[in-house]
Ligand binder design. Structure first.
Ligand code: FES
Length: 63
């Protein structure tokens, strides 16, 4: 859902550095212990949960 929404925002002419989103639904423990929230090398609970759209491009597409 996030991917489709972001694409719609890009289609409206926004730059990727202007758009932020959150991946907090992936989180479980919230303190970096359970490993449930990792996307590539990033832990959503520790490195986010809010990411800029251009930062999401650097992550694997599993979010
Ligand atoms: S929520 Fe458990 S490690 Fe991030």
């Amino acid at each position: 859902m996030i991917k489709f929404t972001l694409q719609g925002i890009m289609d409206l002419g926004f730059d990727k550095t202007q758009v932020y989103t959150t991946l907090e639904l992936r989180m479980k423990c919230g303190v970096g212990k359970c490993g449930r929230c990792n996307v590539g090398a990033k832990y959503v609970c520790k490195d986010g949960p809010v990411f800029r759209c251009d930062e999401l491009d650097e992550l694997p597409s599993e979010y």
